[in-house]
Ligand binder design. Structure first.
Ligand SMILES: Nc1ncnc2c1ncn2[C@@H]1O[C@H](COP(=O)(O)OP(=O)(O)O)[C@@H](O)[C@H]1O
Ligand SMILES: [Mg+2]
Length: 241
């Protein structure tokens, strides 16, 4: 589904992510682990096109995403849920969701309505609050809007950047069960996460990014059984730089 190779990316003063290779199969959920500052968000930004200083390849069904502008990447079906949610605070929940529907531009009103239904079924709380201003929502509800907004364009690959950051355990569970439903429907996902107890049970494979390079790639279940796991916990909890 997604085949990344030789990906190097940064902000114009030296690479932050270097020579990354990463494969994601159709319907697979892959974890991208790594300490703060390892380059996880930079890597997602390079794939989704929000970051311009990038080289290498990111093939999705034979098309190289790195040659495309952001809107064309979304149109190809790769959509990112950014770190920190990035709501349009003065806009309603519904208007925030509508902004995510760019890939449906030009499609029928019933297609759009079906997408709203889909998101509101997944997150009933958003249906209750659809006219509320996004800026007045709780952190968990804002995260639901961020995920819902990405889903509005019917993504084929969803990139999630630390969606649970700063959320209370109950809300984490609520969002995790929505993501579990998406996984059961066969949606392909890449989950950036620092907490192994969330990431490993949810994913089939894990890539560990250390200082901008993939240091380890293996099945999540195998990683969970490794005797050096406490060491990895320790490394992930500490800054790479
Ligand atoms: N907009 C930016 N401009 C310059 N440097 C940045 C920017 N964003 C992140 N960086 C730097 O890139 C490195 C990796 O950051 P990031 O990709 O956010 O890591 P992670 O998501 O793994 O915590 C850090 O050293 C960070 O300071
Ligand atoms: Mg990050």
């Amino acid at each position: 589904m997604l085949d990344v190779s030789g990906l190097t990316a940064g902000y114009g003063h030296g690479p932050v992510v270097q020579d990354v290779a990463l494969q994601v199969e159709r319907g697979e959920t892959v974890a991208l682990l790594g300490p703060n500052g390892a380059g996880k968000s930079t890597l997602l930004g390079a794939l989704s096109g929000t970051l311009r200083h990038r080289s290498g390849h990111a093939l999705m069904d034979g098309q190289d995403l790195l040659t495309l502008p952001t809107h064309a990447i979304v149109a190809a079906g790769l959509v990112q849920v950014p770190e920190g949610r990035r709501m349009f605070a003065p806009l309603s929940v519904e208007d925030n969701l509508r902004l995510g529907a760019v890939r449906l531009a030009g499609r029928s009103a019933s297609t759009l309505a079906a997408r709203f239904d889909y998101v509101y079924t997944l997150f009933p709380r958003l249906a209750e609050r659809r006219l509320q201003r996004a800026g007045t929502l709780s952190g968990g509800e804002q995260q639901m809007v961020a995920i819902g907004r990405a889903l509005m364009s019917s993504p084929r690959v969803l990139l999630l950047d630390e969606p649970f950051l700063g959320l209370a355990p109950l809300v984490v569970d609520e969002i995790l069960s929505a993501l579990t439903a998406l996984r059961a429907q066969g949606l392909t996902m890449v989950l950036v996460e620092q907490k192994l107890d969330i990431a490993l049970p949810f994913t089939s494979r894990a890539h560990v990014l250390i200082k901008g390079r993939v240091a380890l790639t293996l099945p999540s279940a195998e990683l969970a059984r490794r005797p050096d796991l406490p060491r990895l916990y320790f490394d992930l909890a500490h800054s790479a730089r």
